[in-house]
Design a protein around this ligand. Sequence first.
Ligand code: AOF
Ligand code: ZN
Length: 361
Amino acid sequence: MSVALRHAKLGVGKVNPNPMVGAVIVRDGQIIATGHHDHFGGWHAERSALEAAKAQGVSVRGATMYVTLEPCCHQGKQPPCTQAVIDSGISRVVVGSSDPNPLVAGKGIRQLKRAGITVEQGVLRDECDALNEIFMHYIVRRTPFVLLKYAMTMDGRIATATGRSRWITGEESRRRVHEDRNRFAAIMVGVGTVLADDPMLTCRIENGHDPLRIVCDGTLRTPLDAALVRSAHETPTIIATLSHDEEQARPYRDAGCEVLTIDADAEGHVDLQALIRTLGERGIDSVMIEGGATLAWSALHARIVDKIDAYIAPKLFGGATAPSPVGGPGVEDPADGYRIVNLTVRTIGDDVLLEGGVDYV
Ligand code: AOF
Ligand code: ZN
């Protein structure tokens, strides 16, 4: 299963909103074929492994298939994998994650068993589930999985008092952020971050995929000469705004941006719940929020954040006016603080990474 997981990861950044899936066919303790889901709309992992065996002229009759996700049993862009597995003569299937897709959800396992195939479930389940945290969320909710990511010093600053923020964390942490930009379908920032940092928000790893870039900009303050706007013909860019003013929107559209008008929430800001619903309807399965403090607060307040990645660098900036990761009005009573659950702690290079979910109760 760990080999199947390694193959599954080859689909990162290419299969969304489908899951990353890997499959390995084994006989007498020997791997005879491997496969993975390589890109959206492409062969599923099971078919890819079966075809690999066929191409080498090896029979899979009586062999075991390890697959990181329950095989599908529905006709989608691809035919059902259960039928392909049954037809192949494979006699045992070992499964990692269950597929929460309502079209599958246990039916895949039942079909295999009904055909007389031995099925074992839940092998390396936690690892398989974690690999597909995005798919598992999106397939049932149909709104994107939202990650709030920030980097701060040990005294909780995301920039110095003079507003400079490059760089806070080390190279390894920054590399991981680019891996996430590859893995996530979209990246979102507030207009304040565009004005302060003029970021590109592209994925700087080899063969990486650039996420769809989204700027939350209620009143269209994004400069027309911002790097995001100037590169919008090459990299898809959405400006989410409250403005209905066509004249104001036109130059952004001419530059290649999509100007998406969203209603206001109760506080008069872009309604982030409405925004992520719209993104979900378009097949965007994941959004990474990368700044700044105002948007982070709004996203928490709108309860759209599913996970937080807090990178902490072993430095102190000080400065009474140096900003911290979450701004806005904040909570009044310590008892009302947002609670983080399922917290994990690890080191990345010289930095510490805290990861956790948000319990909105
Ligand atoms: C598998 N193996 O490699 C993948 C599976 O539209 P389709 O035909 O590509 O089907 C997509 C659904 O199939 C997806 O939502 C998930 O339930 C399952 N994906 N299943 O057995 C694979 N990619
Ligand atoms: Zn399938």
